[in-house]
Design a protein around this ligand. Structure first.
Ligand SMILES: O=C[C@H](O)[C@H](O)[C@H](O)COP(=O)(O)O
Length: 289
């Protein structure tokens, strides 16, 4: 079976991917999941919304390839593993569950980054612990919404950024798994840069965010969930920031945003990435800083 079904990759995606190509090496893709596993996936995870220019089946193949490879390459018996959140991280969790069930991996404990991931891991009998008892992880694996040329990230469009950052910053190795549509020439240009905030006086916090010099010109919207504010696993809200140009100084932006009282955490994951596994029409590649 062919790894990638016929696709039409957006010109922008190809061009961004090309910018990373010189630092990447190509690997063979992971095998497909079973039909049963796919059925479990459908029952627990909302269908992702890929860019309109890529066929759905192809996007799923890419996500599966990168998710499986991340576990195959980086998880060995005895490890403490951080489990990311989202439609790509789903496949890493699935692979970990498969390898524990088969006995290929033993003595693993994992820390999930969301209630969704916790439920998936529990369904696969993956032993779970927390940062309270295991403050240092061997490896964390997660998807991302954007990856720039320095392997800095935007995360949190799925709402899980706070737990993700707490877990992933505590890992000795942070492996990011994406399809190549996530590669961008600058952060903040493909969609929202999420900020988790306290619900108390959220309009006040939005107004303070819009005053910050480092993100001047952006627009802000409290994330909506069927006519009510979207509520995170931590009972907070998300303010999505939208930019028309890449964020000029992401470090400064992160510092200014987090300095605001009322902000809990932002979705800029800077200087954290150990390795990015990227799946594209030409195979699966590894990019290191
Ligand atoms: O809050 C969500 C997380 O940051 C996800 O890792 C990110 O949104 C990527 O998700 P997906 O793999 O579904 O595109």
């Amino acid at each position: 079976m062919a790894f990638v079904t016929p696709t039409t990759i957006a010109a922008a995606g190809v061009s961004a991917a090309a910018a990373f190509a010189s630092r990447a090496s190509t690997f063979r893709p992971a095998p497909p999941a079973s039909a049963a596993a796919a059925a479990v996936r459908r029952s627990r995870v909302a269908a992702p919304t890929p860019p309109a220019t890529i066929a759905m089946a192809s996007v799923e193949e890419l996500k599966k390839a990168t998710g499986y490879k991340s576990v195959d390459d980086h998880v060995t018996s005895g490890m403490v593993v951080g489990l990311g959140t989202g439609s790509t991280a789903y496949y890493a969790v699935e692979r970990l569950g498969q390898k524990l069930a088969s006995g290929e991996l033993t003595d693993i404990v994992a820390i999930p980054t969301s209630i969704r991931t916790k439920e998936q891991a529990e369904s696969l009998n993956i032993p779970l612990v927390s940062l309270d008892t295991h403050p240092v992880l061997d490896v964390a694996i997660d998807g991302a919404d954007e990856v720039d040329g320095d392997l800095n990230l935007v995360k949190g469009r799925g709402g899980a950024l706070l737990r993700e950052k707490m877990v992933e910053v505590s890992a000795k190795k942070f492996v990011v798994i994406v399809d190549d549509t996530k590669l961008v020439p600058g952060l903040g240009i493909s969609g929202a840069m999420p900020v988790e905030v306290t619900p108390f006086c959220v309009d006040f916090t939005v107004a303070r965010l819009l005053e910050l010099g480092s993100i001047a010109g952006c627009t802000a919207k409290v994330r909506d969930d069927g006519g009510k504010p979207y509520v995170t696993d931590n009972d907070n809200y998300i303010v999505d920031l939208y930019f028309t140009e890449p964020i000029a100084d992401a470090v400064k932006a992160g510092e200014e945003i987090n300095a605001l009282v009322g902000v809990v955490e932002h979705g800029l994951f800077l200087g954290m990435t150990s390795e990015v596994i990227v799946a594209g029409a030409d195979g699966v590649k590894v990019i290191k800083p």
